[in-house]
Design a protein around this ligand. Structure first.
Ligand code: 5GP
Length: 142
């Protein structure tokens, strides 16, 4: 099956280039993490490799080690920041799976006993709530 090429105009590429704003919580030489604007729960964070790939299927395997390390770091921080009972990690590949933004990213979502996730790409969160949540996560990272 022919691969769909990477589109450098996707929204996360623009966020990585600083062309549109985001609530960043973490950055290292390989990844950036920022708040999801339509969170499925409080503290829903996206961990995004700087290297361009459409999703996991076309990613350079060398990018995956640093990406997963950052996911663990962010997962520990969101658990601490929100006193979560657990953390869900999600990652979608191609439209049939639910992918809507075509730059590889991993969802890190704090979870609480008995509380279901809100719908994927549901309601836009208020910027002040995202800013406050990002601040909590940044503090838990240090
Ligand atoms: P996907 O369906 O591709 O796995 O997830 C894309 C995620 O990006 C969704 O959870 C959606 O809420 C989030 N999202 C879409 N547009 C933006 C945006 O402009 N900024 C941020 N921070 N998140 C976005």
């Amino acid at each position: 099956m022919a691969e769909t090429p990477y589109d450098p105009q996707n929204i996360f590429a623009k966020i990585l280039r600083g062309e549109i704003p985001s609530h960043r919580v973490y950055e290292d030489q390989s990844v950036v993490a920022f708040m999801d604007v339509m969170p499925q729960g409080p503290g829903h964070t996206l961990v995004v490799p700087k290297a361009p790939s459409r999703n996991l299927l076309d990613a350079d395997p060398a990018a995956l080690g640093p990406l997963l390390k950052a996911v663990q770091k962010v997962a520990l921080a969101v658990r601490k920041a929100f006193e979560a009972d657990g953390v869900t990690i999600l990652q979608f590949n191609e439209p049939a799976s639910g992918q809507t933004v075509y730059h590889l990213h991993i969802h890190v979502i704090p979870r609480f006993e008995g509380i279901a996730l809100k719908p994927h790409t549901g309601v836009m969160e208020k910027p002040e709530v995202l800013a406050d949540d990002a601040d909590k996560i940044r503090k838990a990272l240090v």
